[in-house]
Design a protein around this ligand. Structure first.
Ligand code: NAD
Length: 274
């Protein structure tokens, strides 16, 4: 089980779970410890996926274009495992008919499944979602995580889900790319911090006319350096990411902040001197 996705005990609903992306997502969720409720129009495929996933999975034959089917899917989830916390909407179809000959019925069918089906699923999920749940939308082969959606505010946010993805969120690179960029920045900043500390130690006397003092600035700067060193080592050797990486990054940042601007805070709050 990876550090990033510790989904032990989480409850997920996956549509389109009889094959392709949905099936792969369901497998991945169970591998990371979640329990899943599978929905798809293809009953035989659903049974196959559910058999493979064993006790961690339940299924309900669902046509996502039909609101009642989707409502029943979430009821199965409530009864089997409790309120949904993670949702992956992978049900969908591609029409290969060329535009010039595509019938209106075909157009309506695609929209009914891909657009209205996703709307049905998101809207009902918002009603059943446990506070702090996550919505995972399949968007052209990219998984986008919309967080901070809770039962209370969920309705409004989710109803606007498609627009939200077209807006600022849609303009962002994938999360994993952002994470890689963050670590590159941290690595570059770590090299600079190392140079700063090394030159400070080496040339303090030349620059300031006195040897390096071990005051709170030096101590916090060293603690910050050690925190970032451990973070980069953890990333390299143990694949740290997600919340673990965030905690270490923020800790290192706060240490550095205290080293630079924290004289008063350290004297008055930490050391109790005025
Ligand atoms: N795989 C890709 O590279 C890719 C790329 C871009 C977009 N997509 C889109 O992602 C979605 C999933 O792709 P995939 O490769 O897993 O396709 P897939 O055909 O393997 O899986 C789609 C699943 O959705 C189910 N489904 C179809 N109509 C349904 C309905 N009305 N209600 C419930 N389930 C229904 C199908 O039975 C199937 O199991 C599709 O919408 C696809 O267009 C996929």
């Amino acid at each position: 089980m990876s550090e990033f996705l510790d989904l032990h005990g989480k409850v997920a609903v996956v549509t389109g779970a009889a094959s392709g992306l949905g099936r792969a997502v369901a497998r991945g969720l169970v591998r990371e410890g979640a329990r899943v409720v599978l929905g798809d129009i293809d009953k035989a495929g659903l049974e196959r996926t559910a058999r493979e996933l064993g006790d961690a999975a339940r299924w309900h034959r669902t046509d996502v274009a039909r609101r009642d089917d989707v409502a029943a899917l979430f009821r199965v989830c409530d009864e089997a495992f409790g309120p949904v916390e993670i949702l992956a909407t992978c049900a969908g179809i591609i029409s290969s008919a060329p535009l010039a000959v595509m019938t209106e019925e075909e157009w309506d069918r695609v929209l009914a499944i891909n657009t209205k089906g996703t709307f049905n699923t998101l809207r009902l999920a918002a009603r059943h979602l446990r506070d702090g749940g996550r919505i995972v939308l399949d968007r052209k082969n990219t998984l986008v995580i919309a967080s901070g959606i809770s039962n209370g505010a969920g309705g409004a946010l989710l109803a606007d889900g498609a627009a939200m993805l077209q807006g600022p969120l849609g303009a962002l690179p994938p999360l994993l790319t952002l994470e890689r960029l963050l670590f590159r920045l941290i690595a570059a900043a770590f090299v600079l911090l190392t140079c700063t500390l090394a030159t400070g130690f080496a040339f303090a006397e030349t620059l300031f006319g006195q040897p390096l003092r071990f005051d709170h600035k030096t101590v916090f700067a060293l603690l910050s350096w050690a925190t970032f060193a451990l973070l980069l080592a953890g990333r390299h050797f143990r694949g740290w990411r997600g919340r673990t990486a965030l905690r270490w990054t923020l800790t290192g940042f706060v240490m550095l902040l205290l080293a630079y601007v924290g004289s008063r805070f350290v004297m008055e709050v930490l050391l109790g001197r005025s």
